[in-house]
Design a protein around this ligand. Structure first.
Ligand code: ATP
Ligand code: MG
Ligand code: FE
Length: 350
């Protein structure tokens, strides 16, 4: 039957219903932009309270739009980690409550697994990306290259040793004062700038493996901004810094992706899909560069539509459905885990 998905791990309150084949019946996302904007970042306590306020009505509307009653559901899936503990508790307890009230199976979804499995939604790649594939996860909290071998079977090939890519975008955006959330604002202003104006470092370029490091780049941007003078930068200067920063990121990501695809081929000779996910995957220059890199390596890039790259509940419902299809359900006493690496799932689903 249909699956209800609930996502409240960060600052998006989201609910979605998919049918038993994974087709989307309803999807709702409420970004808490106004709540957090005055602070220039997500405030965990405010996020948790906002989830509490928004979720009941959002779920009610998702169910109404899907035209599905609770007793028709095949299960309830709620993000139970990793993320901000307050929101995770609100979302997962809400899902558990519905499951208990209507005697439905509950799935405690790992948010990263939900990003990882999005490419398997029917319609994105034919009937869904077949295993194994390479996942290049580029979000606000994570930047990792992962071999997705099977449901629950993940092998980390590399990742950031310091900042996540989205975090770097957000920090540079804050430095430039281009607005919040930083990533999309930075992409917009970068479009007006000269990407060659500032020769920012490309850390880790051509280094073996597929680790990445972004804190040196961030520091170089801060130093360049400081050298431009004390007062607020002119718009054209901000655009040049943004464009040059974005270009450095794009070059690093393309190089790291090529290395990750090479590693993937060594371990899985037939692998030919690279899937990108996470909010940064909605950046047009990043998508174009990854697509080129994939072509170079004889891989195909799968980039989900932007609304499915950033946080959403469709991916949570889908991860729940994939688990329910294999009879992998969780007890309503399942823990809520602020830290929950993908590789920890391998033990769980065996
Ligand atoms: P995680 O999934 O690791 O818990 P998260 O849920 O905060 O982190 P997402 O919602 O997937 O991450 O992505 C948000 C991040 O993506 C933010 O850091 C944001 O700045 C970045 N981002 C969103 N759109 C763009 C864009 N167009 N260009 C660059 N970065 C972007
Ligand atoms: Mg978010
Ligand atoms: Fe996310």
């Amino acid at each position: 039957g249909p699956v209800l998905g609930i996502e409240a791990s960060c600052d998006e309150t989201a609910a979605a219903v998919i049918d038993g084949d994974g087709h989307i019946l309803a999807e709702m996302v409420l970004s808490q932009l106004a709540e957090h904007e005055p602070y220039g970042g997500v405030v965990p306590e405010i996020a948790a309270r906002a989830h509490l306020r928004y979720l009941p009505d959002l779920v009610r509307r998702a169910m109404a739009n899907a035209n599905v009653s609770y007793k028709e559901l095949g299960g309830v899936a709620a993000t139970s980690g990793p993320g901000l503990i307050g929101g995770l508790i609100v979302g997962s307890q809400f899902g558990k409550g519905i499951a208990i009230a209507h005697d439905l199976p509950f799935v405690a979804v790992n948010h990263l697994e939900a990003h990882a499995l999005t490419a398997r939604l029917p319609g994105l790649v034919d009937d869904g990306a077949p295993f194994p594939y390479l996942l290049f996860l580029l979000s606000g909290g994570h930047s990792q290259c992962i071999a997705v071998m099977d449901l629950g079977q993940y092998r980390r090939l590399g990742g950031t040793v310091d900042d996540a890519v989205g975090e770097a975008f957000d920090k540079v955006a804050k430095l430039l004062g281009v607005g919040w959330p930083g990533g999309p604002a930075l992409e917009r202003i970068a479009a007006e700038g000269d990407p060659d104006r500032f020769p920012f470092p490309r850390p880790m370029l051509r280094r073996p493996g597929c680790d990445l490091s972004l804190s040196g780049l961030k520091t170089a941007v801060a130093q360049a901004v400081a050298r431009l003078g004390d007062g607020p930068l002119e718009r054209a200067q901000r655009a040049d810094v943004a464009a040059s920063f974005q270009q450095a990121i794009v070059d690093v990501l393309a190089d790291r992706a090529v290395h990750a695809m090479t590693m993937m081929r060594e371990q899985f000779a037939d692998a030919d899909l690279i899937v990108t996910a996470g909010g940064v995957a909605s950046n047009k220059r990043v998508r174009a560069a990854l697509s080129d890199a994939a072509g170079t390596c004889g891989f195909r890039l799968v980039a989900p539509p932007i609304r499915l790259c950033s946080d959403n509940a469709v991916m949570v419902a889908w991860a729940g459905l994939e688990r329910l299809r294999r009879d992998l359900r969780d007890d309503v006493s399942a823990a809520t885990l602020p830290r929950w690496p993908l590789e920890a799932l391998s033990q769980r689903s065996a």
